[in-house]
Design a protein around this ligand. Structure first.
Ligand SMILES: Cc1cc2nc3c(=O)[nH]c(=O)nc-3n(C[C@H](O)[C@H](O)[C@H](O)COP(=O)(O)OP(=O)(O)OC[C@H]3O[C@@H](n4cnc5c(N)ncnc54)[C@H](O)[C@@H]3O)c2cc1C
Length: 447
């Protein structure tokens, strides 16, 4: 089959590109439904879970309006409330603005250490490794209580080995006056990077689909040529040809002008028939973590004001976050219950533990943090793995990514999206990237 453009992968990046390119593109997706990470699951007779915590936040009014028009009235404002549980008490997110929620001693230490960091070197945090950057930005006490244990738990990688480049966009560095204010008037919601947020909430109780997958559905409906169950098996860049399999039958797709791949970058390079051995070696060194999502359907009274999600710094608690699905959509479960999603991170190259072992540990920890009482019962538990989930951006990563892009560019292949760019990015950023890539290549072909 020949088409002007080919898009590999129907996550939100590939879908956005497909929407924009109309009939001139074919989108190939290995799974039986579109959306990639942005999908939802329903279990136990009406308990809904997103694959991972998914809140849609925008920084561009044009894209917000466009997605709003696709989703219609289900797109509901959802300014998030998130709590951070430390060993010295809990604070509303962002942590640094709410340290008054901690014990008095911890709060005072956080204030003193912040002042030392803030007034050092005129407040410039110039360190190039994440650990040094966090310490120079927030001071020792906040790092010891939250930033270090949480990030170590999440990345499962030494923080000294992580580069700051990819990670500063969601770190707010307040003035010292703001820190003091939060130290004495804590836990007041304040605007952050994700305040302009939305979540799809259908009004009907028996809606056939709930959760963030509604976003993928809205995009997929607008893609003209979407081939599901079609797995890219190899790529011959010199022939601009993709070899794929569908239900055991092999087929080939040739693009005339350009190809967008949203597959994880190392996987794409491995599929390219002419990838140099040196590049293959380099992509093997790229690091990531997996996320194991553990869904727990509970029958019983819903927790009172738990927030949309809570961060847990304690290394003895297996999850990094607990996500309260009913806070996003009150109808995410039957009325007499609630849907809880635990996020467990795991080193990218290590095999995952047995389902039973992990579920038992997670349920035990949920009880230990006081969220399951004797009057509640568990209706069902379910596990799935996101791999890759979080990219680990080491000091070598950018150089390797650039080498990959340089190799692909002469063949008209662009690698984009969260894993195609091998980055930490949001749905909004990737939808925008998909639209923009399509506009750019379309202009070129008209020129
Ligand atoms: C734990 C976690 C929490 C997050 N929270 C948020 C949040 O709150 N807000 C937010 O905006 N973003 C969040 N994100 C980020 C968001 O999920 C991503 O930015 C977005 O989903 C990436 O879309 P994508 O299309 O680039 O990639 P993907 O969704 O990974 O899509 C790639 C597609 O390629 C397909 N594919 C792979 N290999 C092949 C093959 N060989 N052949 C054919 N198809 C193939 C896959 O099946 C998939 O459909 C979160 C991500 C994670 C992991």
């Amino acid at each position: 089959m020949v088409s002007e453009y080919l898009v590999l992968g129907a996550g939100v990046t590939g879908l956005a590109a497909g929407v924009e390119l109309k009939e001139s593109a074919i989108v190939l997706e290995k799974d039986s439904s579109p959306g990639g990470l942005v999908r939802s699951k329903c279990f136990d007779g009406g308990y809904w879970y997103d694959y991972v915590l998914h809140l849609l936040h925008f920084k561009d009014p044009e894209i917000q309006a466009r997605i709003g028009s696709y989703l219609g009235e289900v797109m509901s404002p959802c300014p998030p409330v998130a709590w951070i549980q430390t060993l010295e008490g809990s604070a509303l997110y962002p942590f640094q603005l709410n340290i008054g929620g901690l014990s008095e001693e911890a709060r005072n230490k956080c204030i003193v250490d912040y002042a030392k960091a803030y007034y050092h070197k005129n407040g410039e945090a110039t360190e190039k490794n994440y650990k040094g950057y966090l310490k120079a930005t927030f001071g020792d006490a906040m790092c010891d209580l939250f930033y270090f244990p949480y990030n170590e738990k999440m990345y499962k990688y030494p923080l000294e080995g992580i580069a700051v480049d990819d990670l500063t966009w969601n770190l707010h560095r307040p003035s010292f006056e703001e820190i003091l204010k939060g130290g004495f008037q804590p836990n007041i919601p304040r605007p952050t990077y994700n305040t302009n947020a939305f979540y799809p909430c259908p009004k009907q109780v028996d809606a056939p689909l709930r959760g963030m997958e509604l976003l993928s559905e809205a995009l997929a409906k607008r893609v003209r040529n979407l081939e599901l169950n079609t797995k890219v098996e190899s790529v011959d860049p010199t022939k601009k040809t993709i070899y794929a399999s569908k239900d055991g039958i092999n087929s080939s797709y040739t693009y005339e002008t350009a190809c967008l791949s949203t597959l994880p970058l190392p996987a794409l390079i491995r599929l390219c028939s002419n990838a140099p051995a040196s590049l293959l070696k380099e992509v093997d060194t790229l690091q990531h973590t997996k996320v194991i999502s553990v869904a727990i359907s509970v029958k019983g009274e819903r927790p009172k004001n738990p927030g949309h999600w809570r961060y847990y710094t304690d290394p003895n608690i297996p999850f990094t976050r607990l996500i309260f699905m009913n806070e996003f959509d009150p109808q995410a479960s039957p009325e007499d219950g609630w849907a809880l999603l635990a996020e467990v991170t795991w080193p990218g190259k290590e095999p995952i533990p047995s389902e039973k072992e992990l579920t038992d540990k997670v349920v035990e920890a949920v009880r230990a943090v006081g969220l399951l009482d004797d009057n509640s019962s568990i209706v069902g538990t379910h596990i799935w793995v996101i791999d890759p989930a979080y990219v680990i951006f080491t000091h070598e990563t950018q150089r390797i990514i650039n080498n990959c892009f340089e190799f692909l560019a002469p063949y008209g292949i662009t690698s984009s999206g969260r894993y195609g760019n091998w980055e930490y990015s949001s749905m909004f950023q990737n939808i925008k990237a998909g639209f923009e890539w399509a506009k750019k290549v379309n202009k070129k072909s008209l020129a």
